[in-house]
Ligand binder design. Sequence first.
Ligand code: AMP
Length: 467
Amino acid sequence: MSFDTLGLSADLLRAVSEQGYNQPTPVQSQAIPVILQGRDVMAGAQTGTGKTAGFTLPLLQRLSTSKAPNGRRPVRALVLTPTRELAAQVAESIQTYGRHLPLRSTVIFGGVKINPQIDKLRRGVDIVVATPGRLLDHVSQKTVDLSQVEILVLDEADRMLDMGFIHDIRRLIALLPKNGVRQNLLFSATFSTEIKQLADRLLNNPELIEVARRNATVDQIKQTVHPVDKSRKRELLSHMIGSQNWRQVLVFTRTKHGANRLAEQLGKDGLSAAAIHGNKSQGARTRALAEFKQGKVRVLVATDIAARGLDIDQLPHVVNFELPNVPEDYVHRIGRTGRAGRDGEAISLVCVDENKLLRDIEKLLKCELPKVVLEGYQPDPRIQPEPIKNGRGRAQPQSRHAPKNRKRGGPANSRSAAGTSDTGSRWSQSSRRGAKNGPQPGQRKSHGSSRKARPAGAKRSGAGNSA
Ligand code: AMP
């Protein structure tokens, strides 16, 4: 299939071909014609599927072919995203795809000064891409008027709910023109009960679009688990990056503190590394991401929320330094590599504490991930699993064998189980895929072992605060 058959205007087709896209991705070929017809859409697609162009191209076309009332420039399209990074990326896509159209757009998120945003809004924009909190600040300062929004996009709706934005979203929706006048597009990687409830209230007879991208893309990602003791993960990571000469690797930790500490330690190992998480200023986040994309920083250490939606072209390596508490996050994490049809590699360093998390991931994926014990990094069988701390001293039970006298509690981050996965749903079925097997070249390199066995139940370093 070619883009020409989707009903897009010449200006948009030109922008698409300037991007070097030869053919639409599945979500694009399904969503573009439907959105052009003005229908509501509920799409099961995540970052990496080409979903941004899937809603941006028809949105731009619809706005450019209909006139704003009164010759003014009211906000006619609103795209809500969970994170600042995603907002910035979507806004960039809108600029790119809309470069031959006379439409104006702006991006609004917190962590930066509000006045430049107010100036832009005052000058008039057709499209606003925003995170909910800062947009509500503008609403309360009366610096944005949403009463003429014709198209609403909820991008990564599942993550917005996970991050506790449901009330903000409801408040914003209440400010929009009545449903029926407005076109609504909801994109989500997973469909929990909450998302379905939101969709029921928001969407009018939506076209359901399900993209088997997780199958397709995840199949292009070579996944490997390296069992290793927790205390030796950093050493192993530095060794892998150095010995295999990885130039660009995205590493995930569970906590902000863990991300900071790891970035610092890697720096001491001579690897240029930066951390990106919610406690960093927006300036620091943007800078770290830019330097990583430019190749100035070799290792970007991120928490799940900060990394959500990151689009880094040709990212070859993703490492789970720690497995995520929420199995769906594993799919999001490894989806940072193997983008747009390219091969990628996802490696998980798994210590004995994380076996339950690994089992949960494998259950979600409906397959076992290949495990490769690296020579010199064999886990010490004497080490007993302990509950995983998720921050502020809270521990999550991980093992039946964990010491009983430890505090038990839920995950410290804001994600509720309800907002994460609905493994029985048809949406998550699309994530069922097989992993490529076998060790990587050079993996079995011998490495002098200086590890000390820790007595069972010995104290381990805490994981720090939550992401
Ligand atoms: P997204 O899922 O929107 O974050 O897009 C993922 C990546 O795919 C981005 O880097 C896009 O530039 C790229 N992309 C989007 N559509 C296409 C296409 N039709 N062909 C090739 N790459 C694409």
